[in-house]
Design a protein around this ligand. Sequence first.
Ligand SMILES: NC(=O)c1ccc[n+]([C@@H]2O[C@H](COP(=O)([O-])OP(=O)(O)OC[C@H]3O[C@@H](n4cnc5c(N)ncnc54)[C@H](O)[C@@H]3O)[C@@H](O)[C@H]2O)c1
Length: 361
Amino acid sequence: MNPKKDIGLAIIGSGRIGTLRARLAAAHPSVKYIAVSDSNLASAEKLAKTVGAQFFSDDNLAVMNRPEVNAIIIATAEHEHTVPVLAALKRKVPVLVEKPIALSVDDADRMIATVGELGGDLRVGYSRRFKIRYHLAKEQIVQGRLGKITGACARLYNSRSQCFAMLSRNKGATPVVDALTYYVDLMGWLLADNPVVEVFAKGQKGVIAEKGYDVEDVTWAILTCKDGAVVNLGVSYALPEKWPSVGHSARVELLGTHGTLLINDDHTDQIMQTDVGFPHVYLPGHGVETVFLESSTPGDWAMGDFLGPIADETRAWLDYLSTGRKCNLATPLDARHNLAVTLAIEESARLGRTVQVPQRA
Ligand SMILES: NC(=O)c1ccc[n+]([C@@H]2O[C@H](COP(=O)([O-])OP(=O)(O)OC[C@H]3O[C@@H](n4cnc5c(N)ncnc54)[C@H](O)[C@@H]3O)[C@@H](O)[C@H]2O)c1
């Protein structure tokens, strides 16, 4: 039994994921205080009312500097992570930032340097790690049931509607940098201490480019790890508008010297057809009539609870803050490597040649 510490939480960014984190945090027994901000004051006010937050503002610093605050979540858009993360670290409280840590390696390095200077505690929300099937995969590897991993593959599909939502936030939030990054992280976590050193990738443009974005419909990459293990990763966020998955459709396969693990994460095992429409968790108004249940990437509302990876991840982080219990959230160094790998994949596809992934000393 560990003593429980009370948590006063600031949430910066009251959009989709900030709202989910705030709603989940409000239900956690150790969270006694919540303050929320958003550059759009109406969004902060709406979220404050939803969760009964004690304070809201459009001034991030006013929210972070509330005396009750001893933990901070940064859930702003991808290109707006760096400034609030640096400010939050200066408060010398634990910080959780959504993936990707930043859109440039320089920004990620500024955060890592600040963590080092101030002894900060920064974690990055790679919520795929908390999907039960991937947590179980990690357990099998830790228990030695796969032996040494010599190869792996993962491919990720999603509908083009989700791609346009991401790109409308920022043109740098591409399917590779913003979505395939989850599987780069997953492979890094599963293959542990075996960083990617080299990348070769190819892509093909199509409907996304027709909408004016300089982004491939499909990208396939071969990654080589430090010990020579080879990993094949692929992504397409150009599936038809009403593709039945309301989040990631994925396959993950791990090949080891003592075992093989195949994970079908397409969700085709739970298919529903409805004449009245199924709401998309991430895209309001984007109802589908055919749906693969449980395919929403963050998770799903059911019977008044939110169930799924973001719920388990948020609880794991809050438990860690409250009781000191170990948590498996990505570190800033993991996240920085993930970013470097995704940028290398895009560079390789653009140049048509192998690209070395810069390693931190
Ligand atoms: N783990 C997951 O399942 C998951 C899923 C989707 C998105 N994400 C990540 O979560 C983050 C947020 O995505 P989202 O879908 O909630 O986006 P969103 O657009 O719904 O919300 C972002 C919010 O941040 C606000 N904002 C932007 N700049 C700000 C600033 N400087 N200060 C204060 N507020 C600011 C915007 O007004 C908006 O309300 C991104 O990093 C994204 O990649 C994670």
